[in-house]
Design a protein around this ligand. Structure first.
Ligand code: ATR
Length: 474
């Protein structure tokens, strides 16, 4: 019977939970997975939702199960699996059917896929979904890219399953073709920076102040009630206060200190570089994951150069030090978000997306991994001034940042003095300090460039390009 409202292809954790979420909201969902076991597993886990699920054994069965014009959501591994799945389905589809890639695609692939499918008369949406397993099941943040008329065919389903912030669905069409996947990429880039900064502050409390994981968990729990209130700070408290059932030690101490990554952080940095928009703290966070993976080298160097990471003298006493660290993390976080939004702004100009940045902040307020109270302020900032030059100058953020920026510089300086690595916090600090100086050192750079390459330089007291009297100087 061709009566399913939508199909979901790819039934690993995210796909299965999205399908369950849709079924729970009353939609009829056709299911297909390359290996049948996952389809069987999904049906076995569905409970009463099974009534609204239509398990299919082949792509042909799947296509036959969905109402026309069809909407087929793909949640397969990002990359070639998406192209292979599209190639398998395409001959079975009819003009006007829509494919929706909800995986973590590189937005360049999304642009390419939309163009190719458009030529074949098929519609396409590139959709970023954030919130992990729990979000997919009970309400993710959904970032859509594509044509409005295509989105209009599935918006009821998407808004129904999306997270709600005070009743408003965290789902929006953000622009054409790759806009949704681009925004999801930058979301993940900010997530990398946010997590890395939290990790650095944890490291300072642990090795610099000598606090135990449980004590630090308590600190994060306290912070989660203040301006740092966010999902990531919440889960940090929980992770730190969890005991390993096997050894009785803090769980964090038995976890291998080498971070994984799937590519979205790196893409954020690469795209930012290509756009000429700095991604200092995001890049530092990506690199820090790389350094964490170099465990053998870190062991060798720590033995050859012992004595790093001394106790901090930060602020004289523990409570004052913790207060300083809270402010430093807040300032770092504001700078990371400022960076992320500036990258989106640059991409919006470059790709003609007209990204609604207030809307982006709004749909990140619930459901997604970086949800935080700060995003509410950011949404208001862009609501007030759409072409805001930098978030740091938003009236709702400036006082918060002003009260914390000094702490960030102090913490970074103190961390370096005592041998602690704080790559993301220090990258954000350097960029901030460079931005707030009225005169940079690029006067010298321009002099050097003119010296060796006759590239010319502007003068502060005359129009046009000029050259130095270098032959006289030699
Ligand atoms: P996980 O999320 O568990 O790490 P994954 O390897 O990323 O899983 O795969 C996610 C989904 O993409 C799965 O549904 C997987 O199908 P299988 O269960 O058959 O492995 C699907 N997938 C991966 N590569 C695929 C391909 N080339 N064609 C179709 N589906 C594919």
């Amino acid at each position: 019977m061709s009566d399913a409202d939508i199909a979901v292809v790819g039934l690993a954790v995210m796909g299965r939970n999205l399908a369950f979420n849709m079924a729970e909201k009353g939609f009829r969902v056709a299911l297909y997975n390359r290996s049948q076991e996952r389809t069987d597993e999904a049906m076995a886990l569905a409970g009463p939702l099974a009534d609204r699920l239509v398990p299919c054994r082949t792509p042909e069965e799947l296509v036959a199960a969905v109402r026309k014009p069809r909407a087929i959501l793909l949640m397969v591994q990002a990359g070639t699996a998406v192209d292979e799945t599209i190639a398998r389905l395409q001959p079975l589809l009819e003009k006007g059917d829509a494919l929706i890639d909800a995986g973590n695609a590189n937005f360049h692939d999304t642009v390419r896929r939309e163009g190719a499918l458009d030529k074949a008369g098929l519609a396409f949406l590139g959709v970023g979904v954030s919130g992990g397993e729990e979000g997919a099941r009970h309400g993710p943040s959904i970032m859509v890219g594509g044509k409005p008329e295509v989105y209009g065919r599935v918006d009821k389903i998407f808004t129904a399953i999306a997270a709600k912030f005070e009743g408003t669905p965290c789902c929006a069409l953000l622009g054409t073709d790759g806009a949704g996947h681009f925004v999801k990429t930058i979301h993940n880039g900010i997530e990398y920076a946010d997590m890395q900064m939290i990790g650095e502050v944890y490291g300072l409390m642990r090795r610099g102040l000598g606090l135990t994981p449980t004590e630090i968990g308590d600190v994060f729990e306290r912070w989660s009630k203040g301006p740092l209130s966010s999902y990531l700070v919440d889960i940090t408290a929980t992770v730190l206060k969890t005991t390993d059932p096997k050894t009785g030690k803090p769980l964090v101490d038995v976890i291998v200190d080498s971070a994984g990554q799937k590519g979205t952080g790196r893409w954020s940095a690469i795209e930012a570089l290509a756009l000429g928009a700095p991604a200092s703290s995001i890049t530092a966070a990506v690199e820090a994951r790389g350094v964490s993976a170099e465990r053998a080298l870190r062991k060798t160097l720590s033995e050859r150069f012992p004595g790093a990471a001394q106790k901090l003298t930060l602020a004289g006493n523990r409570e004052a030090a913790i207060e300083l660290l809270e402010k430093a993390l807040l300032a770092g976080k504001i700078l990371a978000y400022t960076e992320g939004f500036a990258i989106m702004s640059a991409a919006s100009r470059e790709y003609g997306w007209k990204l609604p940045l207030a809307e982006v902040a709004r749909i990140w307020r619930a459901g997604c991994i970086i949800r935080s109270t700060l995003l509410d302020r950011i949404a208001s900032a862009y609501d007030e001034t759409q072409d805001l030059e930098t978030l740091v100058l938003a009236p709702g953020l400036t006082p918060l940042f002003e009260g914390a920026a000094g702490a960030l510089t102090e913490v970074v300086a103190e961390a370096f003095r005592h041998g602690h690595a704080v790559p993301a916090l220090s990258a954000a600090t350097s960029r901030w300090l460079a931005l707030r100086q009225p005169r940079s050192t690029a006067d010298l750079t321009q002099g050097q460039r003119d010296f060796f390459g006759a590239h010319g330089f502007g003068r502060i007291d005359a129009e046009g390009q000029h050259h130095g009297p270098w032959s006289q100087a030699q």
